[in-house]
Design a protein around this ligand. Structure first.
Ligand code: NAP
Length: 479
C-alpha cells in the first residue's frame, strides 16, 4: 500500500523532552495528522558519548532527508567547550527564521487576560551576536562581533511580511536598536521598510526595541507581527511568552529554505523531568505549527481547538496557578478526548506561508565608488589618552597618516571633549590620510610596524567611504 504519510524526524530530547514530545506525537496522530515519525537522538546522551556537537551524523542525515523535524529541548552543557546542540542544528540547516507566536489562552489567567493578545515574534535566527565570534582583546577586555548581513535582513523581513499575509494579519513592526547601532541594527530597519513598501496591504512601522519591550507590557494588543534581530528576538519572545502564561505555552518554528524544525521555546526543565508535571502545551502547539507548515490545516485546527477546549474546561498542569492542576498524562488524555470539539476561541485563518527566495547575488549591492580614507588601530595601553596621542604622533610622523581621534569603548577621549570618561586598557586610534593615493597595504603595514614598536595592537579596521558616505560610524563625542 502507498504510504501517504509525511516523514518527520522526531527528537525526544532531554529532561522533560521525552514526556512532552510523546504527548505531541500521540495527539498529532489522534487529530488525523498524516505523519510517519522517524526517531533520532541529540543532546545530553550524545555529548556523553563524546560527540562534541551533541548531534550525531545519523540525526543530521535524517533531518536532511525528511526536511522536517519535531524536536524536544536539548540540554546545553555548561562549563565545557561544547557548543549548544540547538544552535548547531539551526546553523547547520540555516533555519534563519524563528517564528514565535503567542496568544491569550482560555482558562489561563494572567495580568493581561481580556486584552486579546495574539502576536508573533519573527526572530532572525542565525546571525548577530549568536555567531559567537569572541576574542579577549586585552586580558581585561572581551569583544563579541555582531554580524548582520543584507541577505539576512532581506529574507527575515520578507518572511515576516509573508507570514502576516499567510495568517490574515494586518500589520508588521520592525524592532531594532538602529538609533545606537546604525549600521547593523539600522540595516534591518532600512531593509524591512524597503521590503514593506511592496506590501501595501500591510501597515509597517519601526519601533526602537527597548520601547517595544515597554509597549509589549503596556499595550501588547497593538502588535500583530514583530520582526527583529537574533538577540533582541530572544529576549522579546521570552517576554511575550510570559504575557500569555509562560514558557509552558510558547511554541516555535525554525524555518529555512529547505528545512523546518519545530520545538517549544522552553528548555529541558530538568527539575520536572519524569515527574508527570511538565506542561506539554508548547510542544503540542509547535506540532500544530508543523501541521500547518505541511498544509495539514484540518488536523492542525482540530488539535489546536482540542487544546483550547481543554484549557477552557479548567483542565491544566501545575504551572497555571489557579484551581487544581492535573498531571501531564491526564492533561494529554483530556486533550485527546476533546478532539473534534471547538472552543470559544476560533483558530485563525491560515494559508500556506510563502518563504522568500532571496539569493546572495540578489541581496548584494555593487557600489559605484569605494575610497579608503584611513584605518582604525586598536591598542592595549595603561597610559593616559594625551600620553598615547603624543607617542603615536611621534611614531607616525614619517607616514602619510595623521591621528584624528582616540576613543575608549566608543567614546572620544582625545582630543579632550571636556568629559570625564573613565578608561580601560583598550583604545581605538583613528588614523586618516589626506591623499587617497597614499592609502595602500604597504602604508598600512608601515603604520602598524611603527605603532607596534611601542604599543601592542590587536585589531585593525580599514576605513572606507562607499558611494561618498562613510562606511563606519563616528565615536561618541566625535565631531
Ligand atoms: P527551561 O528548561 O526552559 O526552564 C526554566 C523554567 O521555566 C522552569 O524552571 C519552569 O519554571 C519553566 N518551564 C519551562 N518549561 C516548562 C514546562 N514545559 N512546564 C512547566 N514549566 C516549564 O530553562 P533553563 O532552566 O534555563 O534551561 C534548562 C536546560 O535547557 C539548559 O541546559 C538549557 O541550555 C536548555 N535549553 C534548551 C532549549 C532548546 O532546546 N530549544 C531552550 C532553552 C534552554 P518554574 O521553575 O517557575 O516552574
Amino acid at each position: 500500500m502507498l504510504n501517504t504519510k509525511t516523514p518527520v524526524t522526531v527528537i525526544p530530547g532531554d529532561g522533560i523532552g521525552p514526556e512532552v514530545v510523546a504527548a505531541a506525537t500521540r495527539l498529532v496522530d489522534a487529530a488525523g495528522g498524516q505523519i510517519d515519525w522517524r526517531y533520532a537522538e541529540a543532546g545530553a546522551e550524545v555529548f556523553r558519548k563524546g560527540i562534541s556537537s551533541g548531534v550525531p551524523d545519523e540525526t543530521i542525515a535524517s533531518i536532511a532527508e525528511t526536511a522536517i523535524a519535531l524536536k524536544g529541548p536539548l540540554e546545553t552543557p555548561v562549563g565545557f567547550g561544547e557548543k549548544s546542540a540547538n544552535v548547531t542544528l539551526r546553523k547547520l540547516f540555516e533555519t534563519y527564521a524563528n517564528i514565535r507566536p503567542v496568544r491569550e489562552l482560555p482558562g489561563v489567567p494572567t495580568p493581561f487576560s481580556g486584552r486579546g493578545i495574539d502576536l508573533v515574534v519573527v526572530r532572525e535566527n542565525v546571525e548577530d551576536l549568536y555567531a559567537g565570534i569572541e576574542h579577549m582583546q586585552t586580558p581585561d577586555v572581551a569583544q563579541c562581533l555582531k554580524l548582520i548581513s543584507r541577505l539576512g535582513c532581506q529574507r527575515i523581513s520578507l518572511t515576516a511580511l509573508e507570514l502576516a499575509r499567510a495568517e490574515s494579519r494586518t500589520k508588521v513592526a520592525v524592532a531594532t536598536k538602529a538609533n545606537i547601532m546604525k549600521l547593523t541594527e539600522g540595516m534591518l530597519q532600512r531593509e524591512f521598510l524597503a521590503a514593506a513598501a511592496n506590501y501595501s496591504d500591510l501597515e509597517a512601522w519601526h519601533v526602537i526595541v527597548d520601547n517595544a519591550a515597554h509597549q509589549l507590557v503596556k499595550a501588547p494588543e497593538q502588535f500583530e507581527v514583530i520582526v527583529t534581530t537574533n538577540m533582541n528576538g530572544d529576549i522579546l519572545s521570552d517576554l511575550t511568552s510570559a504575557l500569555v502564561g509562560g514558557l509552558g505555552f510558547a511554541p516555535s518554528a525554525n524555518l529555512g529554505d529547505s528545512v523546518a524544525i519545530f520545538e517549544a521555546v522552553h528548555g529541558s526543565a530538568p527539575k520536572y523531568a519524569g515527574k508527570d508535571v511538565a506542561n506539554p502545551t508548547a510542544v503540542i502547539l509547535s506540532s500544530v505549527m508543523m501541521l500547518r507548515h505541511l498544509k495539514q490545516f484540518e488536523a492542525a485546527a482540530a488539535l489546536e481547538q482540542a487544546v483550547f477546549s481543554t484549557l477552557e474546561d479548567g483542565i491544566h498542569t501545575q504551572d497555571v496557578r489557579v484551581g487544581k492542576p492535573v498531571g501531564t498524562q491526564e492533561y494529554v488524555a483530556a486533550i485527546e478526548a476533546r478532539i473534534g470539539r471547538t472552543s470559544s476561541v476560533p483558530s485563525r485563518n491560515y494559508s500556506a506561508l510563502k518563504m522568500p527566495t532571496v539569493s546572495r547575488e540578489e541581496a548584494r549591492i555593487e557600489p559605484a565608488s569605494r575610497h579608503k580614507v584611513g584605518v582604525d588601530v586598536f591598542i592595549e595601553s595603561y597610559l593616559t589618552p594625551d600620553e598615547i596621542a603624543t607617542k603615536l604622533q611621534e611614531l607616525i610622523a614619517p607616514t602619510p597618516y595623521s591621528l584624528m581621534m582616540i576613543s575608549n569603548r566608543g567614546t572620544v577621549v582625545w582630543p579632550s571633549t571636556g568629559g570625564t570618561t573613565g578608561c580601560v586598557d583598550h583604545f581605538r586610534c583613528r588614523f586618516v590620510i589626506a591623499e587617497q593615493s597614499s592609502w595602500n597595504p604597504e602604508s598600512v603595514l608601515g603604520l602598524l610596524q611603527r605603532v607596534g614598536t611601542t604599543f601592542r595592537w590587536m585589531h585593525v579596521e580599514k576605513l572606507e567611504n562607499v558611494d561618498g558616505a562613510p562606511a563606519f560610524t563616528k565615536a561618541q563625542g566625535e565631531n
